[in-house]
Design a protein around this ligand. Structure first.
Ligand code: ADP
Length: 457
């Protein structure tokens, strides 16, 4: 059985489908034939029994009991009955008294009231008989009818079945194979197309136009997957191109400065000044490289997201301390608006990095004299941590894009060449997602911006 199952598994699906369907049809047809034979045999027998009972009633009228022993009296009815039935009179001890009609008909020597099917040993061809016994005065009357006709009818039906059965099965196999092949043809097409598609033509689609059935849904899912892959590859390609561009700009600047420094002999003080500038550029490059690495790891969910209990009362003041010097240097005021005793579970490092990025931006973009506020509060189903500044705000046209990788406002591109590469907010939002939360911004040009992180409570 296991061997057969293994063999079957290696057959093409259309052959397997046809085999299963044919096997069920064979079982069904054979079952139906058996049932039909049984029903027919029963109903034919019932007909014989009815005619036997009728014949017995007529024959009884032609029996006369004289001296305790029954005998047939010659009558027209009896002659008519003898043509179709065998009639017998049997004494109570079972001995035959008189017999009429077919001589081959069996006689029951131990009669019981009712019908019996008997095999006639003497008969050559018609060997099955139906015998009806009725008690009469001085013995038994037995009426018998051959079942040969019934058997012939059943056999002819059986013969027809034997002939039509293989024809039906052959037609079913041919039809089954044809249908299975037709039904599976679109899958063949999908397989062929899928085999042809590679990274260079991810814009190809199956564009299946058939019904939205199992195959239609498979094709649509496949097309959706291609679209997602294409978007993913496109995103990756853009990221690589942007990253290369971001790396090239400071490297070109570095090269320019080195070239200028080497054009002639310089004083040690000049060399030192140049080296300091170069160091700043290199620091920026290192920051950029670190950010890129971090993004790549986030993409592949590499940072160990071991969650721990984060107590905001403990870690938010640490973040304020970390940026205090920078804020004072820029002439900014740092304020806090904390709801005490808020906690949640998550990876602490990622959370600190997210809020640090927001604080860093707020300080970077808010002009001297402004205020940056870090706050936290509890809402019905979430905890909110926000960073608010009184800076220039972000024009509405830019708001939908500022979380995209490498996105910077044109004005900031020009103004802050030594600042970030437009990765800070992209990293912040990805961390927010990794924490199971959301990061949103609301900003009014000229009035400042508020970045809010919402975490499930
Ligand atoms: P960057 O590293 O250049 O700061 P970010 O991804 O952190 O990149 O920010 C993207 C852009 O969004 C910035 O270039 C800046 O124009 C704008 N931005 C971010 N935070 C603020 C803020 N608090 N106020 C005004 N503009 C901001």
């Amino acid at each position: 059985m296991a061997w057969l199952r293994r063999r079957l598994r290696h057959l093409p699906i259309q052959v397997r489908l046809t085999l299963w369907y044919t096997a069920s049809l064979v079982v069904l047809l054979i079952g139906y034939n058996i049932w039909l034979n049984w029903r027919l045999e029963k109903s034919l027998l019932a007909q014989v029994d009815t005619s036997l009972a009728l014949a017995a009633r007529q024959a009884q009228a032609a029996v006369l009991t004289a001296g305790g022993s029954p005998t047939f009296i010659q009558s027209e009815a009896l002659v008519g009955l003898e043509k179709d039935f065998a009639l017998a009179l049997v004494a109570p001890d079972g001995s035959l008294v008189e017999k009429r009609g077919d001589a081959q008909a069996p006689v029951l020597h131990h009669p019981q009231r009712g019908f019996r099917t008997v095999e006639s040993r003497r008969a050559v061809e018609e060997d099955m008989w139906r015998v009806y016994s009725v008690p009469i005065e001085g013995g038994w009357l037995q009426v018998a009818h051959s079942l040969g006709q019934n058997q012939a009818t059943l056999e002819s039906l059986e013969g027809e079945f034997r002939f039509t059965f293989p024809v039906l099965i052959t037609l079913a196999v041919i039809g089954g194979l044809f249908l299975a092949r037709r039904a599976l043809r679109p899958i063949d097409r999908i397989t062929r197309t899928a085999g042809e598609i590679d990274v260079r033509d991810l814009d190809r689609r199956l564009a299946y136009e058939g019904a939205r059935d199992e195959v239609g849904r498979l094709a649509a899912t496949f097309d959706d997957m291609l679209a997602r892959l294409q978007a993913g590859f496109e995103r990756e390609r853009r990221f690589t191109a942007d990253a290369a561009h971001e790396l090239r700009t400071p490297l070109t600047a570095l090269r320019g400065q080195i070239e200028v420094a080497l054009t002639r002999e310089r004083t040690p003080a000049d060399y030192s000044a140049t080296l300091h500038t170069l160091q700043e550029q290199v620091d920026r490059l290192i920051r950029l490289a670190n950010d890129l690495l971090f993004m790549a790891r986030l993409d592949h969910r590499l940072p160990a997201l071991a969650p721990e209990l984060i107590v905001l009362d403990d870690c938010l003041p640490l973040l304020i301390d970390a940026v205090q010097a920078l804020a004072s240097q820029k002439g900014l005021q740092l304020a806090t608006d904390f709801t005490p005793a808020l906690t949640f579970n998550g990876p602490l490092d990622l959370f600190m990095r997210l809020i640090h990025n927001l604080l860093d931006n707020a300080i970077k973009y808010t002009p001297a004299g402004g205020t940056v506020t870090l706050g936290c509060a509890r809402h019905a189903t979430s905890i909110a941590v926000w960073v608010q500044d009184s800076g220039p705000g972000i024009p509405a046209a830019h708001l939908p894009f500022i979380f995209e990788r490498f996105y910077r406002l044109e004005s900031d591109r020009a103004r802050h060449t030594a600042a970030g590469a437009g990765l800070g907010l992209a990293i912040a939002r990805e961390i927010a997602h990794a924490l199971g939360g959301t990061l949103t911004v609301s900003s009014t040009a000229g009035l400042g911006s508020t970045f809010t992180l919402r975490l499930p409570a």
